[in-house]
Design a protein around this ligand. Structure first.
Ligand SMILES: Cc1ncc(COP(=O)(O)O)c(C=O)c1O
Length: 384
């Protein structure tokens, strides 16, 4: 079978179609489906961009692996924010969004017949990128009973001589789970022993309450020796999903190989966007982040209170802007989400869209306006 034919159907297209149908039928749809922040990029960043876009020198091809000033800003930020030291030249790479980096990573190391460990449940890109590179995604479970962390023995049992990568994602979409330093230590050691590259998709690293700041994989691993890579994104951190900018940091060879693949495929991120990103990680970082994250605690409180009032079991997520919730007994996640759209006009995402491990759950995104969150909560709160 060809690689494209092996790609699973994209569930979110089916949800979009159902949503469009409901709207066409005159339903006032409240969309709590996608994780795309409703609020604009902070004005201070838009102002930096407006100046940068007028600079003729930025209108030319960007520095392929990233502007030196941004890579330096990333290294400084990683040290200050996460206690991680990396060499900006060899251990940092600028990406066109973390999806791009995740999508290209398997091309660095996966040959026909190799396999890659991907979480079930998880962001679909890990498995799809593996298939497109000619590899076989091998799933492992994330269970509620283990705080949605993988079982280390299961991971070890699934690794063999042809396992090239292990994808993890903490803070986790869709569950909101986070990984602690002990977990990272164990999994770093395992991957090191078995010569498997460990990847953490950290797109949601900064989407967490300040007093529960998640631990970076890079803080625990020895990035000079151990083959690890972590991908951070500006998308959710600064309401910049449309700008397309992120970065990878970690072991120099792993980061360098990804840079080599990218050099054959793309030409980097618009320099004006990189300038803005460098500014965002500088002195203004704390206040910009606080401005963006201020939206979520109250939205979460309103939504969780309504869901619990209606008898739903909500998973107590420490991070991300998602609410992860059990569907009522006796129904599948797709059946439940279809009913929610048909009967109360609210779009929520069926857990099974993230893999079979998501069956029995649904996800609400808190990236809708306060008014939509309140209305969605009102409708869901009256569910019976
Ligand atoms: C887990 C996860 N990783 C990566 C991404 C991609 O983010 P971006 O490409 O905007 O950096 C997303 C987007 O929703 C995500 O949910």
């Amino acid at each position: 079978m060809g690689r494209l034919a092996k790609l699973p159907p994209y569930l979110f297209s089916a949800i979009d179609a159902a949503k469009a149908k409901a709207r066409a039928a005159g339903v006032e749809v409240v969309d709590l489906g996608v994780g795309d922040p409703d609020r604009p990029t902070p004005r201070a960043l838009v102002a930096v961009m407006a100046r940068a876009v007028a600079e003729p020198e930025f209108h030319r091809y960007p520095a392929q692996r990233g502007q030196g000033s941004l890579k330096n800003a990333v290294a400084g930020w990683l040290e200050q924010r996460h206690g991680v030291r990396v060499d900006p030249d060899r251990q940092v790479l600028i990406l066109i969004g973390s999806k791009e980096g995740l999508g290209h990573l398997p091309l660095t190391c996966v040959e026909e017949g190799d396999n890659v460990l991907v979480p079930d449940l998880g962001y679909p890109v890990y498995g799809q990128a593996t298939i497109l590179a000619g590899g076989e995604p091998r799933t492992f479970a994330l269970r509620e009973s283990a705080g949605f962390l993988p079982d280390i023995d299961e991971l070890a049992a699934k690794m063999d001589a042809r396992t090239r990568l292990l994808f993890l994602n903490y803070p986790n979409n869709p569950t909101g789970a986070t990984a602690d330093p002990d977990f990272w230590r164990t999994v770093v050691e395992l991957c090191d022993r078995r010569s498997v590259i460990l990847v953490n998709d950290a797109a949601y690293m900064e989407v967490a309450p300040d007093d529960r700041r998640p631990t970076s994989l890079l803080k625990v691993a020895d990035c000079d020796r151990q083959r690890v890579i972590e991908l951070h994104s500006f998308s959710k951190m600064f309401n910049m999903t449309g700008w397309r900018i992120a970065f990878a940091a970690g072991h120099a060879d792993v980061v360098g190989d990804l840079g080599r693949v990218k050099e054959s495929i793309d030409s980097g991120v618009f320099t004006a966007v990189q300038q803005t990103a460098a500014f965002a990680l500088g002195d203004a970082f704390e206040s910009l982040l606080a401005e963006v994250m201020a939206a979520y605690p109250e939205r979460r409180r309103v939504m969780v209170a309504a869901l619990e009032r209606a008898g739903f079991a909500v998973y107590p997520s420490p991070a991300t802007f998602y609410v992860w919730c059990r569907v009522p007994a006796g129904t599948t996640s797709v059946e439940f989400c279809s009913r929610v759209l048909d009967e109360i006009g609210v779009v929520v995402t069926p857990g099974v869209g993230f893999g079979t491990g998501g069956e029995g759950w649904f996800r609400i995104s808190l990236t809708a306006t306060d008014a939509d969150i309140a209305e969605g909560a009102r409708r869901l709160g009256a569910w019976s």
